[in-house]
Design a protein around this ligand. Structure first.
Ligand code: SF4
Ligand code: SF4
Length: 444
């Protein structure tokens, strides 16, 4: 590390949200959600190709049974979170706002599970065996991106990798699911890190954790030495958990424009994904549940719950004893990068870290004004872009200029929009431009 003289590491630019909202749920120990009568398991839960559904209406399934098979290398298996009967393949509200296909399963109340896969002695096992197990258990990035984990752990041979970084920053306001996981199951996180590093054939492993989770840092530090993992305290700064910012903060390396973490010899994984890797390899169970923060100022009892994949959001809100007033906005994820939802029927997925309910006051849609050229968005952008100039180009339909000015490197982190006094819809513009540029590139 070329920044070893600094005790608390960080990256340049970014922002400091004034209210974090983590105090609502960070002290709430994870509770196991009771069995529901019905789950709607989204089929497309991974970046890449959705898996192929292999069950049909009337089929009896057990917990952990494969219900959709990966349909290519960049795809992920999907397993049933419950025993019962498949009612059908239905359309549900999708997390990104587009209707999605889901396997509807009616619980038989027995919660019968298939026997777990045999435990693998990961310290001795062939790395390929570990990788195959992770693929079989349907792991995807649980921090949000949902990239199949086995793909991320298989960099091309020409790319030299020397560092694995686990993201325990959890820099999004309100979310505390990763915090609770690090506190409550540190051995799973650390074992998962060691398993992943064995697959990659490296021994340089870091876990970056923001300093607002001192208790988690202490717990991990106490246990990390035997796993060969170093815990790195990070400054509380948004978006500290973004891959490129995390790599820069911990290693001092820059991912080149348009590049990937592997271009800085790094692989980055979320701490939840690491714990799921330990579950897959040691306990032999696929990814069918995760910790989700259910929170917000209008939630009666904010907290953290272990929810099975496919839990309708309305059921999670009921677990939190409902709301104190009519919510103004429902968001899956955090307030900065999460997705606003229209329906409480949207089901949770492998990448659902939080369910956030804002008040009507907080959900006010401010009218956008003209750019006053204050430059705050430029100072806040962690990717050193010029959000105001990009937005101006996009508004005039000049996607070519936006592309020349690296709009494709935009993380959609929302830092620019957060600080903009004119309330310019900067992220929406950048998202639109990226989609349009991708569309044009596919046509060529
Ligand atoms: S331009 Fe993109 S990367 Fe930069 S602050 Fe805005 S959303 Fe984040
Ligand atoms: S922060 Fe808003 S008003 Fe200021 S320069 Fe950027 S886009 Fe313009």
């Amino acid at each position: 590390m070329n920044k070893s003289t600094r005790s608390v590491m960080t990256f340049k630019n970014g922002i400091y949200p004034v209210y974090h909202g983590k105090e609502l749920s960070e002290g709430a120990a994870t509770r196991i959600a009771p069995l529901l009568a019905r789950y709607t398991v989204p089929v497309a839960q991974n970046a890449g190709k959705p898996p192929e559904v292999i069950v049909k209406a009337g089929d009896k399934v057990k917990k952990y049974q494969l219900i959709a098979r990966a349909s290519g290398f960049v795809s992920a298996n999907l397993h049933s979170p419950v025993s019962g009967e498949v009612k059908g393949i239905i359309e549900v509200p999708g997390a990104t706002g587009v209707p999605a296909q889901a396997v509807e399963i009616i619980s038989d109340g027995l919660d019968e599970a298939l026997p777990p896969l045999p435990e693998i002695d990961w310290k001795q096992a062939d790395p390929k065996e570990l990788l195959d197990r992770i693929a079989a258990c349907g792991l995807v990035g649980m921090g949000g991106a949902s990239f199949p984990t086995h793909v991320k752990l298989s960099p091309p041979p020409e790319k030299e990798i020397d560092t694995l970084i686990l993201n325990g920053a959890e820099c999004e306001p309100f979310l505390t699911a990763d915090h609770r996981l690090m506190l409550e199951d540190p051995h799973a996180v650390l074992a998962g890190a060691a398993i992943m590093s064995r697959i990659l054939g490296i021994d340089r492993i870091f876990i970056g954790v923001e300093m607002n989770k001192i208790d988690a840092i202490e717990v991990l530090q106490e246990k990390s030495a035997s796993y060969g993992v170093r815990i790195v305290p990070l400054k509380v700064q948004y978006p500290q958990g973004s891959e490129k910012q995390l790599i820069n903060a911990i290693t001092g390396r820059d991912v080149p424009a348009g590049g990937l973490p592997m271009d800085a010899r790094c692989v980055v994984q979320n701490i939840g994904t690491a714990a799921a890797a330990a579950d897959a390899v040691i306990r032999g169970i696929p990814l069918v549940e995760r910790i989700v923060t259910v929170t917000g100022p209008v939630v009666k009892t904010p907290g953290n719950w272990k929810l099975r994949i496919g839990t309708p959001v309305i059921e999670a809100v009921r677990l939190a004893e409902g709301v104190t007033e009519e919510p103004g906005k429902l968001i899956l994820g955090g307030p900065m990068m999460g997705f606003s939802q229209r329906s409480f029927d949207v089901p949770t997925a492998k990448n659902t870290s939080g369910i956030l309910l804002l008040s009507q006051d907080q959900a006010v849609n401010y009218e956008s004004g003209n750019c006053i050229r204050c430059g705050r968005c430029v100072q806040g952008c962690p990717m050193h872009l010029m959000p105001c100039a990009l937005a101006a180009a996009i508004e005039s339909g000049r996607f070519d200029i936006a592309q020349q000015n690296h709009v494709m490197d935009c993380l959609e982190c929302g830092a620019c929009a957060y600080v903009c006094p004119a309330k310019r819809p900067l992220v929406q513009h950048h998202r639109r431009a990226k989609a349009e540029i991708r569309r044009q590139m596919q046509k060529k």
